[in-house]
Design a protein around this ligand. Structure first.
Ligand code: ADP
Ligand code: DAR
Length: 344
């Protein structure tokens, strides 16, 4: 294993290059978790990709303790969440105040709310073995087979999927491809596409990605802006799956995920929304998204650009806030953005 303290170029702005001091490196370089995950494994993505925002991934829940000297300051800075803080969860849709903000469908093209989940007592994607990953696929796809009513559907393993089916699912934003260079360097694409696949219900409003960045991405999505209906479907699906799959969770950092940015609720609630007038005044646009703790992405996922004045707007906060608060953040921000767009 490389025992050299990595030298980062001055243009590196990642949280890794900020918080991996020589002292932290020296204190952690010889440690490994019970799944054999080392400091080098945790930082490889940020060492190979100096344009990372964060640059670190956990190989198991233990990584967050074993490498706490590096993870804790990153978690504190990204989430404004200290080592003594406790996460809390609330998946009750009755607590969400969110009448459809765009009943005429003038602005919101589609709504998607997802959570990441990982199975308790198994390594995360960066450290999991091929056999363990195949076991995850078997356990989760079998749990999904018992989904009933509007949640019932079909599981499609990516291994052996026809190019035609794959292209159509990707075009519909339903399927994931092999991870980007950040995920590649984190070891999340090992054995691709073995053990990976997608489940979706007949209406394609409920989807589960198996073994992407996390072992499950549980997704509820539909056209239009009925955010409460999307959230309600998601919470029903989560509780159904939880009847047969135990998720990795702890009282400090909530649901355990491979990337520290997703800890806590592991929830991203997003709309694809048309804001052509606001797009001409990005200072005002960003003042509103900043005020409501929102992130702006492009419409083809993380690191993509917006197209035709359509933006992916989602909650930025995930840890130290409940799932209801994540969706409320997004909802309140969308109401403010639509009001501003109307006024221009
Ligand atoms: P994630 O949200 O799963 O962390 P991405 O930002 O890469 O990851 O989004 C994953 C996929 O979901 C992308 O194809 C993206 O276009 C799609 N997506 C995200 N939000 C929406 C939305 N509100 N409506 C439709 N598709 C969406
Ligand atoms: N590109 C990596 C990941 C940051 C958060 N996004 C995730 N987890 N998909 C980075 O360090 O910038």
């Amino acid at each position: 294993m490389n025992q050299e303290f990595p030298t980062f170029p001055k243009e590196c702005k990642s949280m890794l290059c900020k918080h991996l001091t020589k002292e932290v490196f020296t204190s952690l370089k010889d440690k490994k978790t019970s799944s054999g995950f080392t400091l080098q494994d945790a930082i490889n993505s940020g060492v190979e990709n100096i344009d990372s925002g964060i640059g670190v991934y956990a190989g198991d829940e233990e990584s967050y303790d074993t490498f706490a000297a590096l993870f804790d300051p990153i978690i504190e800075e990204y989430h404004s969440f200290s080592v003594d803080d406790k996460h809390k969860s609330n998946l009750n849709p009755n607590d969400l105040k969110a009448p459809n903000p765009d009943p005429e469908g003038k602005y919101i093209v589609s709504t998607r709310i997802r959570v990441g989940r990982n199975i308790d007592n198994l390594p995360l994607g960066p450290a999991i073995t091929k056999e363990q990953r195949n076991e995850v696929e078997k356990q989760v796809s079998s749990a999904l087979k018992s989904m009933s009513g509007t949640l019932s559907g079909v599981y499609y393993p990516i291994n052996g999927m026809s190019e035609e089916v794959s292209a159509k699912l990707i075009e519909d934003h339903f399927l994931f491809k092999a991870g980007d260079r950040y995920l590649e360097a984190a070891g999340l694409n090992r054995d691709w596409p073995e053990g990976r696949g997608i489940f979706h219900n007949d209406e394609k409003t409920f989807l589960v990605w198996i073994n992407e960045e996390d072992q499950l991405r549980i997704i509820s999505m539909q056209m239009g802006g009925d955010i409460k209906e999307v959230f309600t479907r998601l919470t029903s699906a989560i509780s159904e799956i939880e009847k047969s799959v135990k998720f990795s969770y702890n009282s400090h950092i909530g649901y355990i995920t491979s990337c520290p940015t997703n800890l806590g609720t592991a929830m991203r609630a997003s709309v694809h929304i048309k804001l052509p007038k606001l797009a001409e005044d990005m200072d005002t646009f960003k003042a509103i998204t900043d005020k409501h703790h929102l992130q702006i992405r492009g419409i083809h996922g993380e690191h993509s650009e917006s197209e035709g004045g359509i933006y992916d707007i989602s909650n930025k906060r995930r840890l130290g806030v409940t799932e209801v608060e994540c969706v409320q953040d997004m909802y309140d921000g969308v109401v403010a953005l639509i009001a501003k767009e109307k006024s221009l």
